[in-house]
Design a protein around this ligand. Sequence first.
Ligand SMILES: [Zn+2]
Length: 424
Amino acid sequence: MTPSSQGSGAPAPCALLVVGIGELATPRGDGPLGGAALGRVDRARGQAVACDGDRILAVGPEPELRARFAANEVLDASGGLVIPGLVDAHTHPVFLGTREGEFEQRIAGRSYVEIAAAGGGIRSSLRGVRGADEAALVAALLPRLDRFLALGTTTIEAKTGYGLTVADELKGLDVIAKADRHHAVDLVATCLGGHDVPPEFEGRASDWVEVVAKELWPAAASKATFADVFTESHVFGLDDSRRLMESARDVGLELRMHVDQLTALGGAQLAAELGARSADHLEHVTPEGIRALAERGVQPVLCPLVPLYLGESQEAPARAMVDAGLAPALSTDFNPGSCYCMSLFEVMSWGALRYGFSADEALTAATLNAAASLGLGSDRGSIEPGKRADLVITDLTSAAHLTYELGRSPVRAVVKDGRVAWRG
Ligand SMILES: [Zn+2]
């Protein structure tokens, strides 16, 4: 009989036992969960979670787990809600310098496209990244990861895209790799070589597309999991986007795409045709686009704060997507221009307010579905034995409170890879 067998013998050692949990709320399975399953969250009271190494060993009634395990460390949740570590499936965190001046201009009535045409927008961040060395960019990124962690986010997808030369994009990927090694938060790297047309290629976007296809993607393939493009007529139209994404796929990169954000260009259909992992934004997606995504099982990554932040009225038709069986993720789209927010709690609230998501639906979208969109659904995104021990201990009384409160972080402690990585 092994020491961990239930019922008899000495308690098995484990590194961490989380007790005093008011409510434990988690989706189940390897995801992604779409349609009616989006809101299928298990909620149970009086549970405990045993962790060892970087894994969850057991989840069950607290008295039972206290009898089964002798823990090195006991973490008391003080009656709070415990949820899986949040997963942010769309961020642009590699940049130097903020763009609050542009925010003021937008509030005063200028549009995102007007500001970009005047040399602002993505191009103003280009100057910062190109002028900085790797160490300066890592030094700017690490405090942002501290803030993600304090807000309960344990994994982020991290895009480059503010370099837009081959060397500066590769530098961005090296920054992401270094930050991943030096910080508890896990980063999944995306090379966003198709973020914008670099100023040197003004008026000849297709020439930059060829540089990306022939030089950047092959060099990025060993450093990134995903390639990404901003598919929009003022940046990369459907033909350029297709060339970018097919050439990325040819060197083994998986695909994420910014599509149908500002206009109904048909990017969702292209993402479906190409078998992208995710189609992101989708404010202007058409019913045909939703059908195409559903047929290919492409996950929408929705960013409800972005239209709010940009002063745009069009919302992603999230409920129609869920009704079509799609499995959306909710993300911040954290970036210096169109959404300076790192809080998935805030995003879950806006998912409720703008999309009509229930708290359970929002929780699945910000955990298991987000992890699944990164290819990590069997490793994280829910609180189940065998999964990575990433947990958020909050001071909330139940999961229903998740979307109810705005403007305050409810995070009391964060467990990452089985260790208490942050305490409030
Ligand atoms: Zn983005």
